[in-house]
Structures are given as structure tokens and as C-alpha cells.
Write a protein that binds this ligand. Structure first.
Ligand SMILES: NC(=O)c1ccc[n+]([C@@H]2O[C@H](COP(=O)([O-])OP(=O)(O)OC[C@H]3O[C@@H](n4cnc5c(N)ncnc54)[C@H](O)[C@@H]3O)[C@@H](O)[C@H]2O)c1
Length: 277
């Protein structure tokens, strides 16, 4: 039996992260599209990783339970990487909430029941979660702790009609959920954190850059403090640190990695964007 790394969402950010923590372990590659997981498996296999693939839909609780069962047959789950998600240009409100908000919450809860002592997890959230103004203390509490099956029935979540808002709330919920899960994960000797990337060049970002909000994104990049988009490897490096022995005192936290874009949005040259969000 081996230590197991579970990656859900085998896009570029997920792959970059799993490669950094997967050596010598069994890497489970799960994705809604089995062919995406298989394409990733070919690359991983060719680079010396031991892998298996599974089709998983994180919007289904049952599918997540099957993923947990699949992972456990190879050993104990040492790392969870959730890099599955749909963006505002790819999906309607209900699908964004079901995958990004509810699905991530179920994944954290179910893997929080089996994560190994000394284990760690990261959820890829987004800078979009930092574009919402402050929620009330009660809303924060509800997003962090409401039982997963009741999350989508919260009145302020049910009231969302705009896909960008659905994405922003989902990503805010990811970081709050991680904070809520730090206690159960901690009781098992494990840490759980979220990473909120800015625009990272991947197929998902390419859709956004070409989508209805594309021009805005391109201008935002030009005027941001870093003046460029990020790369999946930069996100992977941060995730590697959080999941390494050096990150053991870090749990329940969210890390922005956006080249200063959020800071500029609230306080700098990108304040003009507030009118459009
Ligand atoms: N690329 C960016 O600029 C950027 C910025 C901030 C946050 N993110 C977040 O990073 C994560 C990874 O995105 P990426 O850029 O690598 O995109 P990607 O599209 O390459 O990867 C996302 C993967 O998630 C899978 N997926 C979608 N719905 C699923 C479901 N219901 N169950 C299981 N898998 C599902 C897709 O099939 C895809 O392979 C997403 O959560 C995204 O919101 C991306």
C-alpha cells in the first residue's frame, strides 16, 4: 500500500500541483471528462508517476463517495487537490453553484473523514472570491458550516441570478469552507487550505479571455501590478509549500496569488473595475 494523492480536475493547475507532490505515491487522476484524466495519465505515466484514472462528477455526492473508495484501495490518502471547476463563461448559475460551491464542500467533507495523519489538502479557489464586498458574520458562518446538503438552499445563495456572482460566491465559499474544515481535518492531524489565483493561462482562462468579458480581462492584466498573467507552475509551487513539511502550521487559510490584481482592484489602478462587477 502506498500514500495516495487525489487530484480532482486534471487541468493545467491541477496537473502542476499533483506533479509536485506525487513522486513515489499513487496519484489518482479524477475528472468529469474521463478522456481529460486519461490524457493527464499519459503525461504522468511518461514522467514516472504511478497513476490511476476515474470519471468523477463533484456535483454528485455519490460520485465523490466512489472516488474516496477508489482512492483507498491504493493506500491512505495523504493529499487532496481540488482543481475542478467551471467558470462564469462556461456554465449557467445553477451549474456553477452545484460544481464550484456544493461539489467542493462535499469533497472537503468526505476526504476530511479519511485523510491520513500528516496529510494535507488544497482547494483551488479564485481571486473572484475576493471581489465581493464583506459578507455579514452570519453569512460567513453559514457558508463555512451549513451542512452540505442544505448549502444551496441558503436564501442569499438561492437569490443569485448572475453567473459572475455565482462564481464569486462559490469561490468565497471555498475559502470559508476550508476554514470550517480546518477543525475536523486538524483532529486527524491534517491541514487544509485554499489558493486564490488570479488569471492563470490555461484552457479555462483562454475561454474567459475570448469570452464576453475578455477585453476587460486583457486590460486588467496590462494594468495589474505584475503586468501579466500567472502560470500553473507558480500556483503549483505555492501549493507544494502548503502541502510540504514546512507548511504544517498553516491550516484553514486562503492565499491570493494574483500578481497584485486584487490589491489594485480595491486600492490602485484597477479601481475602475468596481463599476463593472
Ligand atoms: N485558469 C485561471 O485563470 C483560474 C483562475 C482562478 C481560479 N481558477 C480555478 O482553478 C481551477 C482549475 O481550473 P483550470 O484553469 O486548470 O481549468 P481547466 O478547465 O483546465 O480544469 C478544470 C477541470 O475541472 C473539470 N471539471 C469541471 N466540472 C467538473 C465536475 N463537476 N467534476 C469533476 N471535474 C470537473 C474539467 O473537466 C476540467 O478538466 C478551477 O476551479 C478554476 O475556477 C482558474
Amino acid at each position: 500500500m502506498k500514500d495516495v494523492v487525489v487530484l480532482v480536475g486534471t487541468g493545467s493547475i491541477g496537473q502542476a500541483t499533483a506533479r509536485r507532490v506525487g513522486a513515489g505515491k499513487h496519484v489518482v487522476l479524477g475528472d468529469l471528462k474521463l478522456e481529460a484524466a486519461q490524457a493527464a495519465a499519459e503525461i504522468f505515466d511518461g514522467a514516472g508517476f504511478e497513476v490511476s484514472t476515474i470519471a468523477v462528477d463533484i456535483s454528485s455526492h455519490e460520485s465523490i463517495l466512489k472516488l474516496v473508495e477508489h482512492a483507498q484501495q491504493f493506500g491512505s490518502v495523504k493529499n487532496l487537490i481540488c482543481a475542478a471547476g467551471v467558470s462564469p463563461s462556461q456554465a449557467p448559475v445553477a451549474a456553477i453553484l452545484r460544481v464550484d460551491l456544493y461539489g467542493t464542500a462535499v469533497l472537503l467533507e468526505e476526504f476530511g473523514k479519511v485523510i491520513a495523519d500528516g496529510g494535507s489538502g488544497v482547494v483551488i479557489s479564485s481571486q473572484s472570491g475576493h471581489r465581493l464586498g464583506a459578507l455579514t458574520e452570519e453569512q460567513n458562518f453559514q457558508l463555512a458550516t451549513t451542512p452540505t446538503e442544505e448549502l444551496l438552499d441558503l436564501p442569499f445563495i438561492k437569490a443569485i441570478t448572475d453567473s459572475l456572482k455565482a462564481y464569486q460566491y462559490s469561490k468565497r465559499c471555498n475559502s470559508l469552507r476550508v476554514a470550517g474544515q480546518a477543525t475536523p481535518w486538524g483532529k486527524r492531524g491534517a491541514t487544509i487550505n485554499s489558493i486564490s489565483p488570479g488569471i492563470i493561462i490555461t484552457p479555462l482562462a483562454a475561454d474567459e479571455l475570448k469570452g464576453p468579458r475578455g477585453e476587460g480581462y486583457r486590460n486588467m492584466l496590462k494594468s495589474s501590478p505584475a503586468g501579466r498573467a500567472g502560470t500553473p507552475d507558480e500556483v503549483g509551487d505555492l501549493a507544494e509549500f502548503l502541502m510540504s513539511s514546512r507548511g504544517r502550521f498553516i491550516s484553514g487559510a486562503d492565499f491570493l496569488i494574483d500578481g497584485g490584481t486584487t490589491a489594485s482592484y480595491w486600492f490602485g489602478d484597477l479601481q475602475y473595475l468596481k463599476a463593472t462587477h
